[in-house]
Design a protein around this ligand. Structure first.
Ligand SMILES: [Zn+2]
Ligand SMILES: [Zn+2]
Length: 164
């Protein structure tokens, strides 16, 4: 029996058993774990905290400090989100207040500069809005919508000029 065939026989015997490597190696990277933001598993029996990142036992006081720190950051993050939401709400309210006086332009009349009918120059428009009011528009293009100054002024003095 040759040496090669002996090796072959041994290999054939162990092969079906060794579908997974015999040695498991803990990666070196795991040793560099900061244990922060990983969370811990508390083992009641041994009264230890095990880092969920690297599975190493960590100091309980360190774990407590990390927990306190992440809690503090959570509170800060929540405050920031609430501040942002409040600002958005206020912005929406301001927009809605402005939109309240936006009216559809029903018709427009061009204004002309100068008396001379030969030499007339366009000088903006008078818009008629769907609230019934008219307003000056000193630009060349007629808009589809415009903020009615009459309605807005009326809303500012509700006692003198009630307006719906
Ligand atoms: Zn760790
Ligand atoms: Zn109006």
């Amino acid at each position: 029996m040759t040496e090669v065939s002996q090796v072959d026989r041994v290999m054939r015997r162990i092969e079906p058993e060794l579908e997974e490597p015999y040695f498991m190696i803990i990666e070196r990277g795991a040793a560099k774990c900061s244990h922060i933001d990983k969370g811990v598993t508390l083992d009641e029996a041994s009264r230890t905290a095990i880092c969920r990142g690297c599975k190493q036992v960590v100091d309980l006081f360190d774990a407590l400090m990390n927990y306190a720190e992440s809690e503090r950051r959570l509170v800060l993050a929540r405050e920031r989100v609430e501040k942002f939401q409040k600002e958005q709400r206020e912005k929406n309210e301001r927009n809605r207040a402005r939109m309240k006086f936006v009216r559809k332009v029903m018709s427009s009349k061009t204004k002309w500069k100068g008396e001379d009918s030969e030499n007339m120059e366009e000088d903006g428009h008078i818009l008629t809005l769907d609230c019934g009011h008219q307003m000056d528009w000193d630009r060349t293009l007629v808009p589809a919508e415009a903020t009615c100054p009459t309605c807005r002024t009326a809303a500012k003095q509700p006692q003198q000029q009630p307006q719906s």
